[in-house]
Design a protein. Structure first.
Length: 407
């Protein structure tokens, strides 16, 4: 899986990262493409992914070109930063998109994104997510998008269809909400509320992330729209419902709708197998459809002594055959556009997630920006609780961003 619910909400601690990366530098030694002993780090998101990754590495090792030692680590971020700081990094490692800017800026990544076979087949939005200062550093291994996940029995009982516009969302939410059960529940964070910002044509920064744009009137429109759903009792945070995330709220019948990614499929099958649900594209806002894409790439360490062999491994793992095999057992999607049809042939009920790739918003900013997202998240939580005003959220986030980007 690209990102678990907890990972999508996590921000990079920039100061800690900078300390951890001190002293890491690039090496010009490419090494041989064969005969190398490589180390690869990966984080665990599900038993199914762990086993599938092990199979992929076993398959690569059987080719006899190189030997890969795979380490699937529970405390992944700490282990990776420690290895990088110690000058003994893994040759290949998972890298979340929101961590790319800091790592690229600090020179710990070897640019390999365009060194795989047919790199232009990777979805443009995913290429952009792993591009910093014009350099495509690493190819996305797969991806997920956010869409509307809903309880089909609750919809049938209320006689409603999945909403396609903001107005329809408000009407459906009003009809589905009950005294002790709001219609909609999702985490109060930028990576969920952000879909509404994009649907309104708003975003915290301009396109090149050089200037804050929180004071755009469209931002106010988006924030007030979501805040009103909460104020009217038609939306609630999972925490207000006594659960941890939207999938749990849906599975336990505490909400009829949530905004989640592909990972919800495995969670529902495991934890709530009797709950009937479906996935629809998120309702369009004033500016049209929008969602967010989440991904992990295969990073190669600039300090690796076996860069050519590491690129060979990444090329193998991102090949069409391996991507289809890797995503067969769990519902993340191949990062190659050419594989969409084949992937959907086995998972037609997840079409909405794939559709989001065409209009997904990049959720990656610049080094140091996670502190701005933290400020925004604090404001969003206040809006959801009803103890903060939109003006305050806009002003404090604008100021936090100007401190990072310059005013």
């Amino acid at each position: 899986m690209s990102l678990s619910p907890a990972r999508t909400a996590a921000a990079v601690t920039a100061a800690g990262l900078l300390v951890a990366l001190t002293g890491c530098g690039a090496s010009d030694d490419q090494g041989s493409a064969t005969g190398a002993k490589l180390t690869m780090y990966a984080h665990s998101s599900s038993p199914a992914e762990d086993e599938t990754l092990k199979k992929a590495i076993d398959s690569y090792n059987k080719r006899g070109r190189n030997t890969v030692s795979l380490k699937i680590l529970p405390e992944y971020d700490t282990a990776l930063q420690t290895a990088l700081a110690g000058g003994e990094p893994p040759d290949v490692f998972y890298l979340n998109d929101n961590k790319l800017p800091d790592m690229a800026k600090n020179g710990v990544l070897e640019p390999v994104g365009d060194k795989i076979d047919n790199p232009d087949d990777i979805y443009p939005s995913l290429r952009e997510s792993f591009t910093y200062d014009g350099v495509h550093y690493c190819p996305a291994k797969d991806f997920s998008t956010l869409q509307l996940v809903y309880d089909t029995e609750a919809f049938d009982k209320a006689g409603v269809e999945p909403p396609t516009t903001w107005d329809e969302l408000a009407a459906v939410a009003k009809k589905l909400s009950e005294k002790d059960r709001p219609a909609l529940s999702f985490n109060p964070e930028f990576y969920r509320w952000g879909v509404f910002l994009a649907q309104a044509g708003a975003w915290p920064t301009d396109d090149d992330v050089s200037r804050m744009t929180m004071d755009d009137p469209k931002m106010r429109t988006a924030l007030e729209h979501v805040a009103k759903l909460h104020a009217d009792g038609q939306a609630a945070t999972p925490q207000q419902l006594g659960v941890n995330w939207g999938g749990e709220a849906l599975g336990k019948g505490k909400a009829a709708m949530t905004i989640e990614g592909n990972w919800v499929v495995g969670a529902m099958e495991t934890d709530f197998p009797d709950v009937k649900y479906a996935v629809a594209e998120l309702p369009a806002g004033p500016a049209g459809k929008a969602t967010m894409a989440f991904s992990v790439c295969y990073g190669v360490a600039a300090a690796s002594k076996h860069k050519a062999a590491a690129i060979d491994l990444v090329t193998y793992l991102t090949s069409p055959e391996q991507q289809l095999a890797f995503t067969k057992e769990f519902p993340v999607m191949p990062s190659r556009q050419s594989l969409a049809e084949a992937w959907l042939a086995e998972k037609p009920e997840l079409k909405a997630f794939v559709a989001g790739a065409d209009y997904a918003k990049k959720s990656v900013f610049v080094p140091g920006f996670p502190t701005v997202i933290d400020t925004f998240n604090d404001g969003i939580q206040g809006l959801a609780k009803g103890n903060k005003k939109t003006d305050e959220v806009i002003t404090t986030t604008q100021k936090a961003g100007e401190d990072v980007l310059g005013g």
